[in-house]
Design a protein around this ligand. Structure first.
Ligand SMILES: CC(C)(COP(=O)(O)OP(=O)(O)OC[C@H]1O[C@@H](n2cnc3c(N)ncnc32)[C@H](O)[C@@H]1OP(=O)(O)O)[C@@H](O)C(=O)NCCC(=O)NCCS
Length: 284
C-alpha cells in the first residue's frame, strides 16, 4: 500500500497519542502526548501536525504547535515543530523528509525546533529545507556568593500581573496552567518579565532555563544578581540562550549548546523567537 502524508485532525488524536507513547517515548502517557495537539492558546488551529499513514496504520508524525504572537507591532504566526517520529519499519523511504516539507510549507509562518536528535537533525538541516541556526550558544550563571542579592524580584503571579500591561499579562495568564515560572525583575520604574522552567541534571543539580526575557538590557545588568536571588544551591545553574540578550553585554562568556536550535522564517530574526507557547510547557 502507498504511504500518504496528510494534515492531522481531531479524529487522529487518539491514534497519534498512542503511536508516540508506544514508539517514541513510553515515559509519556497517551494523555501527556495529547497535549501537543490540544493546547488552549490557539482556538482555530489550521491542523494538528502532519501524519504519515499506510492504509489505517500510522507510520509517522510531526507535531505543529501554533501561536499567534505580537512581534514588532505585527501579529506573527509561529509554529514549534515537535515530536517527529517515523516507524522503524518505514525509515529511509523519504517519510521524515516528506513530513518536514509538509509541516513547513507556509512561507508566512515562522517554524522553529529545539533539541532534534542526531538523525532528525540530519533531515532538518538539509539545505533544501531552508532552516537556519536559531541559537547555538547560551549563558550560564551560578551563585556568586554575594551576601545580599541586589535586585527586587516578584515571583507571585498576582504580584507580577498587577504590574504588567496587556500583552505581557497574557503571556503570564496563558502559561499559568503549566509548570513554568514567571519572575518580574524590577529596578525603579523599569521591569523585566522572565519565564524559567526547571529541570534536574543527571547529577541531581537544579537547572533553570529561560524561555523568555522581556527586557534584555535590564536582564543583562542584573543577571548575576538574579542568579544570586534564584539559586539556593552552589551547583545550581541559570541558563539563558545567547540571542535572548540581543547583544547586551554581560560578564559571563556564552558556551556552545550541545544541539543547536533551528528556525525557518521569511519574516522574523532569530532574536524575535522565544520558547513560550512551545512543546516545553506542554510536555514538562
Ligand atoms: C529521523 C527520522 C525522522 C528520519 O525519518 P526517515 O523517514 O528515515 O527520513 P528520510 O527517509 O526522509 O531520510 C532523509 C535523510 O536523512 C538522513 N538519515 C535519516 N535517517 C538516517 C540514519 N539512520 N542514518 C543516517 N542518515 C540518516 C539521510 O541523509 C536520509 O537520506 P537518504 O535516505 O537519501 O540517505 C527517523 O529516523 C526517526 O523517526 N528517528 C527517531 C526520531 C526521534 O528520535 N525523535 C526524537 C525527537 S527529535
Amino acid at each position: 500500500m502507498s504511504i500518504v502524508i496528510r494534515a492531522a485532525g481531531p479524529s487522529d488524536v487518539d491514534g497519534i497519542a498512542l503511536f508516540l507513547h508506544r514508539q517514541m517515548n513510553d515515559a509519556l502517557s497517551p494523555d501527556n502526548w495529547r497535549r501537543i495537539m490540544d493546547y488552549p492558546w490557539h482556538a482555530d488551529k489550521p491542523d494538528l501536525g502532519q501524519v504519515a499513514v499506510d492504509g489505517d496504520r500510522i507510520v509517522g508524525f510531526m507535531g505543529k504547535i501554533f501561536a499567534d504572537r505580537e512581534i514588532g507591532g505585527r501579529t506573527e504566526r509561529l509554529c514549534n515543530m515537535s515530536s517527529v517520529y517515523v516507524d522503524a519499519d518505514y525509515r529511509r523511504r523519504g517519510i521524515g523528509t516528506g513530513l518536514h516539507e509538509a509541516v513547513t510549507a507556509d512561507p508566512d509562518v515562522t517554524y522553529y525546533v529545539f533539541d532534534p536528535s542526531p538523525y532528525v537533525r540530519s533531515v532538518t538541516t538539509h539545505p533544501k529545507l531552508g532552516f537556519r541556526v536559531l541559537d547555538d550558544k547560551r549563558y550560564f550563571w551560578q551563585r556568586s556568593g554575594a551576601a545580599r542579592p541586589g535586585i527586587d524580584v516578584a515571583a507571585e503571579p498576582a504580584a507580577i500581573l498587577s504590574r504588567l500591561t496587556d500583552g505581557a499579562r497574557r503571556l503570564v495568564q496563558d502559561h499559568a496552567p503549566y509548570p513554568v515560572q514567571p519572575y518580574l525583575l524590577q529596578d525603579g520604574g523599569e521591569h523585566c518579565l522572565v519565564f524559567l522552567y526547571r529541570r534536574t541534571s543527571k547529577r541531581g543539580d537544579a537547572q533553570h532555563e529561560a524561555l523568555y526575557v522581556g527586557n534584555p538590557e535590564l536582564f543583562a545588568r542584573y543577571a548575576q544578581a538574579f542568579a544570586d536571588w534564584l539559586l539556593a544551591d552552589p551547583k545550581a545553574i541559570l541558563m539563558v540562550d545567547h540571542r535572548f540578550l540581543r547583544g547586551h553585554p554581560v560578564a559571563a562568556e556564552p558556551q556552545s549548546i550541545p544541539v543547536p536550535r533551528y528556525f525557518k522564517s521569511t519574516r522574523l530574526e532569530a532574536a524575535d523567537i522565544d520558547h513560550l507557547y512551545s512543546e516545553i510547557p506542554l510536555l514538562l
